[in-house]
Design a protein around this ligand. Sequence first.
Ligand SMILES: [Zn+2]
Ligand SMILES: [Zn+2]
Length: 388
Amino acid sequence: MAGRRGLTTLNLTFLGTASAQPSSTRNHSALALRLNADVWLFDCGEATQHQIQRSNVKMGKIEKIFITHTHGDHIFGLLPLLASRLNGAGGTADGVEDPRIHMVQGDPIEIYGPLGTRAYIRNGLTYTHTLLGAPYVVHELRLPSDPSDGDHTSLPPHVSELPNGRNIPQTNGVWPDVYHDNIVSVAAAPILHSVPCVGYVVTEAPVPGKMNPVKYIPDLKRTKTAMSVMSRLQQGESVELSDGTILHGPPRRPGRKLAILGDTYDPSSIAELASSADLLIHEATNAHLPTLDPNTKVEDTFESVEARTKSRGHSTPQMAGAFATRIGARQLVLNHFSARYPGNDHIDPVAKSMMEAIARLGGEHYGGKITCARDFMSFDVNIPEEHV
Ligand SMILES: [Zn+2]
Ligand SMILES: [Zn+2]
């Protein structure tokens, strides 16, 4: 298992926050999670690579891509991004052999997603004659109703596709171990949408506890122990001194937990995995904003808007707030907005009042901090003081 260094930085950058239609202020869905310098993408809508170029996320650092579902607004940007990230090209004319027609070595990009993710990538790369300069591998999260093996396509693997892509079955209705290393793990669960869709939970391993170095100093001085043992104590170790005294480092405390959901009208199945998340990212595609949204129909009510939103597989801000309360999330970020809701609320007062109203609706059922995502919004997720 790969060794990863402890996370000094856990940063989220929203690259696209639109639902079905992009607008001049919101691109299609994509989210970059930075773990120190490494980048994990969640969804990859159309033009995600353009958004990356306009952000401070480094394309060359993308090591994993997690797809929530295969709707186009979440996956249409994947093939062009892979071609750019993996030095792709369309072959050569005049008989000169392109070395990329053979499997090229290197660390693969790992892609996770529901059934169809592998077939989509394989077919897209094959029919566009795209050659890649590095390998990729696709692991699929299979539902009980899916075939348990096979690739869901009759095409043979693309030359750059590694053969060790897993088909991950559920355990008790969820995928408890999609990925893990020594520092971070990923679990997933199906969430209800109009097509198979998943939510991901990223959990950091327990981190060193808070240490008060002063309390150790008298013992260390008395026994002439090097102060460098402080670093072992900080890691939670116990250290025996020359006179037999044993010093105990502070116990480790829980790491950070992020719940990143795809489109949904009911994410109940992920409630347990996402319990007490430090941050919940939940869609809020439509809201009832009668005085602010000029597209509001006269006959619209809160109930009719919610019923229509649900019937399309989506949520209102109130539904997102209620779920945040249900799982005890410390913070809620609303995401995946209809093109009706502009994403330039940091500079446009009309957009600002609209997004503030959406956040207030979310707050009807949730008392924690609510933020409405906008493209290029970026922030660090820190370990809360309460984690003891
Ligand atoms: Zn969507
Ligand atoms: Zn969708």
